[in-house]
Design a protein around this ligand. Structure first.
Ligand SMILES: [Fe+2]
Length: 151
């Protein structure tokens, strides 16, 4: 059984964002699976992938908010920053050989859902106004930005 599943109430209606949030949930499930097998190398590997992807997603989200002139970008950045501080502390402990995956899973599971349903909702209007009828400049910007972050 997957630890988390994608449900409609998590949807923002912004395709690029929903795709990324879905990928994070998939990563969380992969980490949960790896934990259960007890394979510490695999767990460490999936955890790194998950954390790197999450950081990239935050950066992408912030770029999108900036492009959309979302007025609360700074506050949103601050929320991402505080979360990443917690993650950095876990990463440090993992570096010392501690098994932090269960704690990370708990943290992510709770935080992600409340963030997606909470603060992420607040930028939807601004970002949709930018993307729903994107002109050529905006489409070009989105393509370039997607490539820059996700290769
Ligand atoms: Fe966010």
């Amino acid at each position: 059984m997957a630890l988390m599943s994608w449900t409609q109430d998590l949807e923002s209606g912004i395709k690029v964002i929903d795709d990324q949030h879905q990928r994070i949930i998939q990563f969380i499930n992969e980490l949960d699976d790896a934990c259960r097998t007890g394979n510490t190398d695999e767990t460490g590997h999936v955890m790194e992938g998950l954390l790197n992807y999450t950081i990239t997603h935050f950066e992408f989200e912030e770029s999108l908010q900036e492009k959309a002139a979302y007025p609360y970008l700074k506050a949103h950045q601050r929320i991402h920053e505080l979360f990443m501080k917690k993650v950095a502390a876990l990463r440090e402990r993992a570096g010392k050989g501690e098994d932090v995956a269960p704690e990370l899973l708990n943290l992510l599971k709770g935080w992600l859902v409340s963030h997606i349903k909470g603060e992420d909702r607040d930028y939807v209007e601004s970002v949709r106004a930018l993307l729903d009828n994107a002109d050529q400049e905006t489409s070009g910007w989105l393509n370039t930005t997607m490539k820059r972050f996700f290769g």
